[in-house]
Ligand binder design. Sequence first.
Ligand code: HEM
Length: 123
Amino acid sequence: PGAKLYSANCQSCHQATGQGVPGAFPSLTHLDKVVQAKGGREYLIRVVLYGLQGSLTVEGKTYNGVMPPFRQLKDQEVADLLNHVLTTFAKSKAKPISAEEVKAQRARALSPQEVLKSRPPVK
Ligand code: HEM
């Protein structure tokens, strides 16, 4: 289910294989490091629910872009989408993200700038 959600919602910016567009849209292949870091699971859920804005350095390249929020997706859809990205593009073996974890982040009403401040310190 995650693959369809990815192509419908994310692929236009992050590209079919999650490699992104250097300087414009970050790649998603490094996200195993993010999900394994303290606070990383919560951060990834927040990026999808609330969007992201501000200066971000990923694998030596700096981005200063705006990612829109996807709060219209259901809790299970956000979980399926992130699990697809993590297993397929980032080759992650982390415990899958659950709909309950997504629900816990939904009540927060964070700005895209606040989401960036909650990013774990991962290059
Ligand atoms: C950043 C995932 C859709 C543009 C990110 C990050 C993640 C992510 C996890 C942060 C990477 C990190 O912190 O290392 C997704 C997913 C999407 C999606 C799962 C589908 C729901 C989009 C779309 C766009 C976009 C459609 C373009 C309209 C961006 C930009 C950034 C970003 C510009 C960097 C923001 C900044 O510079 O602060 N995305 N994305 N994303 N995404 Fe997306």
